[in-house]
Design a protein around this ligand. Structure first.
Ligand code: FNR
Length: 344
């Protein structure tokens, strides 16, 4: 087993070890105003959304996690079956490992084999060049590609990258790929400055993946023998803070949320803050490993029902109506908005 394949297995086991059902992504700092007479029926709720030309029936999808080893091949196969059965889209983990070692390509290819008509997102780091990005898309005949940015993770990993000249590269990938490109964080969030850089580079889909769910500073720090960089465990902006940072860009790019989405209420709040879809990673993996495939399908269907219930209570019959619902911010969040000069 290669060092890289081993790392993929470790990421899964550590994400499960540190899994916390309670979100720390800031959703408890926000609340909706209850509307007692919504004049709407649950059956009229339309949850459909799109990422450029990709039409999705539901605004949630399985976020990038895995692939690159025998064990994670089985997980990807199960995740693909879950995606197929629930009708939601699915991203895989970074395919970089398979571009270096073709013997593990099947751990990604299996996703498309299992779900031939499903919506599949590729994933690579922002240092990958255009030809690799194209190869990653080809590997799964993907509908879109996620390009992740993850400087804290790289810095904490002893074997991680130390040079970060990404923007020209992101620009080339954006220009030369035929499918939608989504630039995403991995749970450290984004600032308005970062989002501005991406918008200036022509990026049309931005997943702010904020702090408050799976923590790659915690995971990578644990993988270091002495865990000496634990002072970085709280680094980054929460998902809620990042969505507030994204306010000025809602008309310039599709904003996608992930990081610490743990309940249907979290997901609905993320959409009300401007996201047009929401990625969920660790809760689905945790459910799959602890409870199995059938229960995970049920978990996702219940999650969608929960989102529809909240939309009904709010009288929001589709995503754009939901995006017009203003949330009440608590004092800490209001202070954040003021200090950062954010329009909300
Ligand atoms: C991830 N994540 C991730 N992201 C990415 O862009 N490429 C990757 O290869 C991986 N690998 C990975 C492995 C595992 C086991 C987990 C749990 C997560 C990050 C993921 O897509 C997401 O941004 C964060 O996990 C935050 O979402 P949750 O887990 O809090 O819902």
């Amino acid at each position: 087993v290669s060092i890289q394949s081993h790392r993929k297995d470790e990421h899964v086991s550590l994400a499960i070890k540190f899994y916390d059902q309670t979100s720390h992504a800031g959703f408890d700092q926000l609340r909706f105003v209850h509307q007692g007479i919504p004049e709407i029926s649950l059956n009229d709720i339309d949850t459909s959304t799109n990422i450029e030309n990709i039409k999705m029936d539901f605004p949630i999808y399985i976020e990038a996690m895995t692939g690159g080893s025998e064990y994670t091949k089985k997980l990807n196969q199960k995740l693909a079956r879950i995606a197929k059965s629930t009708g939601i889209a699915m991203a895989t983990g970074s395919q970089s490992v398979a571009l270096k070692d073709n013997s593990v390509a099947s751990s990604f290819e299996i996703v498309r084999e299992t779900n031939p008509n499903g919506i599949v997102f590729s994933n690579l780091g922002a240092s990958a060049d255009v030809s690799r990005a194209k190869a990653a898309v080809k590997m799964m005949n993907s509908d879109a590609i996620e390009i992740h940015i993850n400087t804290p993770q790289e810095m904490i990993m002893p074997e991680g990258d130390r040079e970060f000249n990404w923007i020209e590269n992101i620009k080339s990938i954006q220009e030369e790929l035929d499918c939608p490109v989504i630039v995403k964080e991995v749970g450290f969030g984004m600032s308005k400055e970062t989002i501005q850089q991406l918008v200036d580079a022509g990026v049309k889909n931005i997943n702010i993946s904020g702090k408050g769910g799976t923590s790659f500073s915690k995971i990578e720090n644990y993988r270091r023998k002495k865990q000496e960089m634990d002072y970085l465990e709280d680094w980054g902006q929460t998902t809620v803070e990042s969505l507030l940072e994204a306010q000025p860009f809602k008309d310039k790019a599709n904003i996608i949320a992930s990081g610490g989405i743990r309940t249907p209420l979290d997901a609905v709040k993320a959409i009300a803050l401007g996201a047009n879809s929401v990625g969920i990673a660790a809760p689905i993996l945790y459910s799959l490993i602890k409870n199995g495939e059938e229960e995970t399908i049920e978990y996702i269907n219940d999650f969608i029902y929960g989102m529809k219930s909240i939309m009904t209570m709010l009288g929001a019959k589709n995503l754009s109506e939901l995006q017009n619902k203003k949330l009440i911010l608590n004092a800490d969040l209001l202070s954040y908005v003021e200090q950062r000069g954010l329009p909300y």
